[in-house]
Design a binder for this molecule. Structure first.
Ligand code: GDP
Ligand code: MG
Length: 210
Protein backbone atom coordinates (compact mmCIF):
# COMPACT_ATOMS: atom_id res chain seq x y z
CA UNK A 1 0.00 0.00 0.00
CA UNK A 2 1.42 3.34 -0.90
CA UNK A 3 1.47 5.75 1.95
CA UNK A 4 0.50 9.34 1.55
CA UNK A 5 -0.14 12.02 4.07
CA UNK A 6 -3.77 12.15 5.01
CA UNK A 7 -5.71 14.27 7.39
CA UNK A 8 -8.55 12.98 9.35
CA UNK A 9 -11.58 15.15 9.13
CA UNK A 10 -14.07 14.79 11.88
CA UNK A 11 -17.65 15.78 11.28
CA UNK A 12 -20.68 15.79 13.53
CA UNK A 13 -23.86 14.58 11.88
CA UNK A 14 -27.18 14.97 13.68
CA UNK A 15 -30.39 13.12 12.92
CA UNK A 16 -33.63 15.06 13.22
CA UNK A 17 -37.25 14.24 12.56
CA UNK A 18 -40.47 13.30 14.31
CA UNK A 19 -40.71 10.44 16.71
CA UNK A 20 -41.21 7.07 15.03
CA UNK A 21 -39.96 7.97 11.55
CA UNK A 22 -37.07 5.54 11.94
CA UNK A 23 -34.10 7.70 12.92
CA UNK A 24 -32.65 5.15 15.31
CA UNK A 25 -33.35 2.33 12.85
CA UNK A 26 -31.44 4.18 10.13
CA UNK A 27 -28.40 4.70 12.32
CA UNK A 28 -28.47 1.11 13.53
CA UNK A 29 -28.81 -0.12 9.96
CA UNK A 30 -25.89 1.98 8.81
CA UNK A 31 -23.57 1.16 11.68
CA UNK A 32 -24.38 -2.47 12.35
CA UNK A 33 -26.20 -3.62 9.19
CA UNK A 34 -29.14 -4.90 11.17
CA UNK A 35 -32.75 -3.99 11.79
CA UNK A 36 -34.38 -4.58 15.15
CA UNK A 37 -38.16 -4.39 14.75
CA UNK A 38 -40.01 -2.68 17.55
CA UNK A 39 -36.88 -1.64 19.23
CA UNK A 40 -37.88 1.18 21.51
CA UNK A 41 -34.50 1.92 22.95
CA UNK A 42 -32.18 4.50 21.58
CA UNK A 43 -28.54 3.80 21.13
CA UNK A 44 -26.86 3.96 24.52
CA UNK A 45 -24.08 6.29 23.54
CA UNK A 46 -24.87 9.85 22.59
CA UNK A 47 -23.20 9.29 19.26
CA UNK A 48 -21.63 6.51 17.24
CA UNK A 49 -18.65 6.88 15.02
CA UNK A 50 -18.05 5.62 11.55
CA UNK A 51 -14.84 5.89 9.64
CA UNK A 52 -14.89 6.17 5.89
CA UNK A 53 -12.57 7.24 3.12
CA UNK A 54 -13.82 9.59 0.44
CA UNK A 55 -11.61 10.92 -2.35
CA UNK A 56 -8.53 9.80 -0.48
CA UNK A 57 -9.66 11.65 2.61
CA UNK A 58 -10.22 9.83 5.85
CA UNK A 59 -13.30 11.03 7.61
CA UNK A 60 -14.65 10.18 11.01
CA UNK A 61 -18.36 10.74 11.26
CA UNK A 62 -19.84 11.29 14.67
CA UNK A 63 -23.45 10.31 14.18
CA UNK A 64 -25.76 11.67 16.84
CA UNK A 65 -29.10 10.10 17.54
CA UNK A 66 -31.69 11.57 19.88
CA UNK A 67 -32.76 9.90 23.08
CA UNK A 68 -36.39 10.56 22.17
CA UNK A 69 -36.43 14.27 23.01
CA UNK A 70 -38.16 14.96 19.68
CA UNK A 71 -41.35 13.80 21.39
CA UNK A 72 -41.40 17.13 23.22
CA UNK A 73 -40.90 19.06 19.98
CA UNK A 74 -38.31 21.32 21.54
CA UNK A 75 -34.95 19.81 20.79
CA UNK A 76 -32.12 21.30 22.76
CA UNK A 77 -29.77 23.44 20.71
CA UNK A 78 -26.98 21.56 22.43
CA UNK A 79 -27.94 18.54 20.39
CA UNK A 80 -27.17 20.06 17.02
CA UNK A 81 -24.66 22.72 18.03
CA UNK A 82 -21.39 22.29 16.18
CA UNK A 83 -22.85 19.92 13.61
CA UNK A 84 -21.54 20.00 10.04
CA UNK A 85 -24.43 17.99 8.65
CA UNK A 86 -28.03 17.17 9.49
CA UNK A 87 -30.14 14.27 8.27
CA UNK A 88 -33.77 15.33 8.19
CA UNK A 89 -35.93 12.24 8.30
CA UNK A 90 -39.63 11.72 7.59
CA UNK A 91 -41.78 8.65 7.07
CA UNK A 92 -43.42 8.26 3.63
CA UNK A 93 -46.54 6.83 5.31
CA UNK A 94 -46.99 9.96 7.42
CA UNK A 95 -47.83 13.27 5.80
CA UNK A 96 -47.63 14.75 9.29
CA UNK A 97 -43.99 13.69 9.71
CA UNK A 98 -43.24 15.34 6.37
CA UNK A 99 -44.95 18.59 7.41
CA UNK A 100 -43.08 18.54 10.69
CA UNK A 101 -39.73 18.61 8.89
CA UNK A 102 -40.41 22.25 8.21
CA UNK A 103 -39.97 23.36 11.80
CA UNK A 104 -36.63 21.56 12.04
CA UNK A 105 -35.42 23.15 8.85
CA UNK A 106 -36.53 26.59 10.03
CA UNK A 107 -34.80 26.09 13.33
CA UNK A 108 -31.56 24.97 11.71
CA UNK A 109 -31.66 27.88 9.28
CA UNK A 110 -32.15 30.26 12.17
CA UNK A 111 -29.42 28.88 14.35
CA UNK A 112 -26.81 27.35 12.07
CA UNK A 113 -24.46 28.65 9.40
CA UNK A 114 -25.14 28.27 5.68
CA UNK A 115 -22.37 25.71 5.59
CA UNK A 116 -24.48 23.12 7.35
CA UNK A 117 -25.08 20.26 4.93
CA UNK A 118 -28.72 19.22 5.08
CA UNK A 119 -29.85 15.93 3.60
CA UNK A 120 -33.47 14.83 3.49
CA UNK A 121 -34.31 11.18 4.00
CA UNK A 122 -37.71 9.61 3.34
CA UNK A 123 -37.87 6.33 5.24
CA UNK A 124 -40.12 3.23 5.16
CA UNK A 125 -40.42 2.82 1.38
CA UNK A 126 -41.09 -0.86 2.05
CA UNK A 127 -44.55 0.37 3.12
CA UNK A 128 -45.36 1.73 -0.34
CA UNK A 129 -49.01 0.71 -0.17
CA UNK A 130 -49.48 3.14 2.72
CA UNK A 131 -47.58 5.98 1.09
CA UNK A 132 -48.88 9.49 1.90
CA UNK A 133 -45.95 11.55 0.58
CA UNK A 134 -44.85 11.27 -3.04
CA UNK A 135 -41.28 11.70 -4.15
CA UNK A 136 -42.42 14.57 -6.41
CA UNK A 137 -43.98 16.39 -3.47
CA UNK A 138 -40.80 15.96 -1.44
CA UNK A 139 -38.57 17.01 -4.33
CA UNK A 140 -40.63 20.14 -4.94
CA UNK A 141 -40.50 21.10 -1.28
CA UNK A 142 -36.80 20.37 -0.83
CA UNK A 143 -35.87 22.31 -3.97
CA UNK A 144 -37.92 25.30 -2.88
CA UNK A 145 -36.75 25.39 0.72
CA UNK A 146 -33.20 24.00 0.60
CA UNK A 147 -32.21 24.40 -3.04
CA UNK A 148 -32.04 22.16 -6.11
CA UNK A 149 -28.73 20.52 -5.18
CA UNK A 150 -30.00 19.18 -1.90
CA UNK A 151 -29.65 15.44 -1.49
CA UNK A 152 -32.97 13.64 -1.09
CA UNK A 153 -33.23 9.89 -0.60
CA UNK A 154 -36.03 7.39 -0.26
CA UNK A 155 -34.93 4.38 1.76
CA UNK A 156 -36.03 1.59 4.02
CA UNK A 157 -34.16 0.93 7.22
CA UNK A 158 -35.99 -2.37 7.26
CA UNK A 159 -35.14 -3.60 3.79
CA UNK A 160 -32.07 -1.62 2.95
CA UNK A 161 -30.56 -2.22 -0.46
CA UNK A 162 -27.47 -0.15 0.05
CA UNK A 163 -29.14 3.22 -0.28
CA UNK A 164 -28.40 4.07 3.35
CA UNK A 165 -24.68 3.65 2.76
CA UNK A 166 -25.09 6.02 -0.19
CA UNK A 167 -26.62 8.67 2.03
CA UNK A 168 -23.63 8.78 4.32
CA UNK A 169 -21.14 8.42 1.52
CA UNK A 170 -22.57 11.32 -0.47
CA UNK A 171 -23.08 13.41 2.62
CA UNK A 172 -19.41 12.91 3.43
CA UNK A 173 -18.40 13.68 -0.13
CA UNK A 174 -20.36 16.89 0.20
CA UNK A 175 -18.45 17.81 3.36
CA UNK A 176 -15.11 17.04 1.77
CA UNK A 177 -15.98 18.96 -1.41
CA UNK A 178 -17.00 22.04 0.47
CA UNK A 179 -13.72 22.02 2.30
CA UNK A 180 -11.82 21.41 -0.86
CA UNK A 181 -13.37 24.18 -2.84
CA UNK A 182 -13.66 26.84 -0.21
CA UNK A 183 -10.92 29.44 -0.84
CA UNK A 184 -8.59 29.68 2.10
CA UNK A 185 -9.40 33.32 2.84
CA UNK A 186 -13.12 32.63 2.72
CA UNK A 187 -12.96 29.97 5.36
CA UNK A 188 -14.67 30.83 8.56
CA UNK A 189 -14.00 29.06 11.84
CA UNK A 190 -13.36 25.56 10.65
CA UNK A 191 -16.47 23.76 9.50
CA UNK A 192 -14.78 20.57 10.54
CA UNK A 193 -12.30 19.81 13.24
CA UNK A 194 -9.06 18.94 11.63
CA UNK A 195 -6.89 16.38 13.26
CA UNK A 196 -3.56 16.04 11.62
CA UNK A 197 -2.56 12.44 11.57
CA UNK A 198 1.07 13.16 10.67
CA UNK A 199 3.07 16.35 10.41
CA UNK A 200 1.92 18.09 7.23
CA UNK A 201 5.38 18.11 5.72
CA UNK A 202 4.54 16.26 2.56
CA UNK A 203 2.03 17.60 0.07
CA UNK A 204 -1.37 16.36 0.91
CA UNK A 205 -3.33 14.11 -1.35
CA UNK A 206 -6.38 14.69 0.75
CA UNK A 207 -8.80 17.54 0.48
CA UNK A 208 -6.37 19.65 -1.48
CA UNK A 209 -6.06 22.60 0.86
CA UNK A 210 -3.55 21.60 3.47
P1 GDP B 1 -37.27 7.03 15.76
O1 GDP B 1 -38.26 7.37 16.84
O2 GDP B 1 -37.32 8.05 14.67
O3 GDP B 1 -35.90 6.77 16.26
O4 GDP B 1 -37.81 5.69 15.06
P2 GDP B 1 -37.38 4.17 15.32
O5 GDP B 1 -36.12 3.85 14.63
O6 GDP B 1 -37.46 3.89 16.78
O7 GDP B 1 -38.54 3.42 14.53
C1 GDP B 1 -39.92 3.59 14.87
C2 GDP B 1 -40.71 2.38 14.39
O8 GDP B 1 -40.67 2.31 12.96
C3 GDP B 1 -40.15 1.04 14.89
O9 GDP B 1 -41.23 0.19 15.18
C4 GDP B 1 -39.34 0.53 13.71
O10 GDP B 1 -39.27 -0.87 13.71
C5 GDP B 1 -40.16 1.05 12.54
N1 GDP B 1 -39.34 1.28 11.33
C6 GDP B 1 -38.20 2.01 11.24
N2 GDP B 1 -37.73 2.02 9.97
C7 GDP B 1 -38.60 1.29 9.24
C8 GDP B 1 -38.69 0.94 7.84
O11 GDP B 1 -37.86 1.29 6.99
N3 GDP B 1 -39.76 0.17 7.47
C9 GDP B 1 -40.70 -0.24 8.36
N4 GDP B 1 -41.69 -0.99 7.88
N5 GDP B 1 -40.66 0.07 9.67
C10 GDP B 1 -39.63 0.83 10.10
MG1 MG C 1 -35.03 6.99 18.19
Amino acid sequence: MHSSWTSNLEAKVVILGSQGVGKTSLVVRYISKTFAPNSTSTIGASFMTKKLTVDNCKVHLQIWDTAGQERFRAMSKLYYRGAQAALLVYDITSQESFQELHSWIEELKRNMSDELVMVVVANKIDLASRREVTLEQAREYVTRVLGPDTLLYEVSAKEDDGAIDDIFLNLTRNLVDRKQYLPRDKRRPPPMNIIEADPPSKPSSCCGIF
